[in-house]
Ligand binder design. Sequence first.
Ligand SMILES: Cc1ncc(COP(=O)(O)O)c(C=O)c1O
Length: 430
Amino acid sequence: MKRKKSEALFEKAKDLFPGGVNSPVRAFRSVGGTPIFIQRGDGCRIWDADDNEYIDFCGSWGPLIHGHNNPVIRKRIIEAVELGTTFGAPTELENTLAELILSNHRFIEKIRFVSSGTEAVMSALRLARGFTGKDKIIKFDGCYHGHTDSMLVKAGSGLATFGVSSSAGVPASFAADTLVLPLNDLVILEETLQNSADKIACVIIEPIPANNGLLLQTKKYLQALRNLCTKHGVLLIFDEVISGFRVGFEGAAGVYGIAPDIMTYGKIIGGGMPVGAYGASKAIMSKISPEGDVYQAGTLSGNPVAMSAGIAALRICLQPGFYKQLAVNTRFFINSILQGLPHTHTPFRIHQFGSIFWFSFSDAKSVRTADEIDAAGMPRFNKMYHMLLEKGVYMGPSGYEVGFVSAAHSKEDLQEAAKIYSECLGAVLN
Ligand SMILES: Cc1ncc(COP(=O)(O)O)c(C=O)c1O
């Protein structure tokens, strides 16, 4: 494959943007080499600047559950653009998207639209602090919640210590208000809540952690987390920026049947346009300005073009059997990869939840904490990644990222891609 145009564009981009990109993981630092520049996408396929074609399992990191350039979503976007792109005043479209979500959702009664997942999380944390009158937050090692200051925190030394910032520019005093705990450990969680619940506003978790491998938690653990939060008067935030509208219309909360206090959304909710949201009960949401005293605002919040895309995308998600079919297709895809693999003694597994999948180069049946990820397997992933690109398959450029199957991947597309995966995996596992 020739990638001369992508290489030239990256050279130019390096003069324009830090590291040549507008979001770090796009720079291919993890897998090495030069990022490919995308020119267009259609269905499950994308074409790069040199006209090379790829079957895409990145899906813009999750939003594109209906694939690229979906004709219904495109039509709604164009119709909205023709009426004007932004007003900074309320539109009926905001009501329509909110009603569509709230009337099909058991766990939230009111919602507020913002423009990204980070903004949703930042606002949800402020809401939790405002509602409880407490300052500290618990997050989990291995979960990502966007780049708001209080989430750019890693565990200090010791198991339940106050966090230290994981990015320059985050004041130590901010990081000290975030406690970082290991996933899947109820003893430490209970101990921490017992000792400090009077200072802790909320616990935030990705109920399906999908930003550092796919660290699936048990329902038992999530239910115990819910119970402990209730017992100690601490709010529970499910960050469903990835899992929301991906594993089911009500996200992980719906699949597990566990009600968080606040939920955050991004990605799919905007149908490929920049949208985020947070929602909760009427009582909690009444703390938000102008009804309440927790301030939160946005020039482009509820943007009509983005709302139109979101309405179109979520209406398709609501079609009967949509999520079941997507999960069945993903299982078919994974089974096809495994069937095509040559026999190997190198440990390897493909983990799945609905249409999310992740390659783990270890034979552990379940990987539930960040520590359990076998970093030694990453060179194999990196080698496989470049082989996949050569053969026309694209996915997020890091072995710690998950892949997404969309409704635009037909059985034939999945079979074609599975054959390529089997070949490339076979080559790196032997
Ligand atoms: C669980 C989770 N929360 C928050 C975010 C931040 O969203 P955004 O990148 O739209 O700011 C992400 C992004 O990947 C995410 O996966």
